[in-house]
Design a protein. Sequence first.
Length: 265
Amino acid sequence: MKQKAKGRLEGRVAVITGSTYGIGESIAKVLADEGAISIITGRTVEEGERVAEEIRTAGGSAEYYPLDVTDEKRVAEVMRAAHDKYGSINILVNNAGIAGPNKPIHEYTREEWERVFDVNVTGAFLCSKYAVPYMKKSGGGSIVYISSIYGIVGASDVPAYHATKAANRIMAKTGALFYAKDNIRVNSIHPGFIWTPMVEDFLKGQSEKSGVSVEELRKGLDSEHPIGHIGEPNDIAYGVLYLVSDEAKFVTGSELIIDGGYTTR
């Protein structure tokens, strides 16, 4: 029987936050397909177990840990458990995020604003805080922040989300400077519109307000991308694969924009 060739990430331990669906799920599956042990995390137990089982059924390695990234104690527990079981943490993908309310800044309550920052910024901070010491023990690693095109350019919707994604962009650059000496590379990815439950829910909300069908709204969104359509989760997952692989050994503090040309306008 012919042996399967080793993947680009053979034996590496990858923690992917918010990986029970959408972009995070695709990242976990692509990394596992290249030999990584994918640590699936998220708040939805049923979906997390589904993703892990699908990876294992396909011949990969994965385990699900329930995680709310705003819970510092639980973040520390998950990182410790993954390290203790598998011997290292080599990759962290800070993907967990929420969009928050779609309304002007002056209409936000403080609680609404802070909730988006708690998940998207503080959650990413906590995961990095507790993963980095294990990466140092392992002799290095790679951290990827899933930011957004709206961490680079502005738009007149979901302002708290946009502010957090700009924060993620700078967190990656700051981390790159702090940890280069430890052989830990830190980068950010900036997706355009990707067909995920978050984008679908966004269009449903727009549809309810405008009376325009989700299908028509999606066609309009497609047309805003020079390539002619919005992206798929795997488009982002393969970008992550590049950044966490040895092929990107000279890449740190960088921004990988994957947006079908959206920001070229």
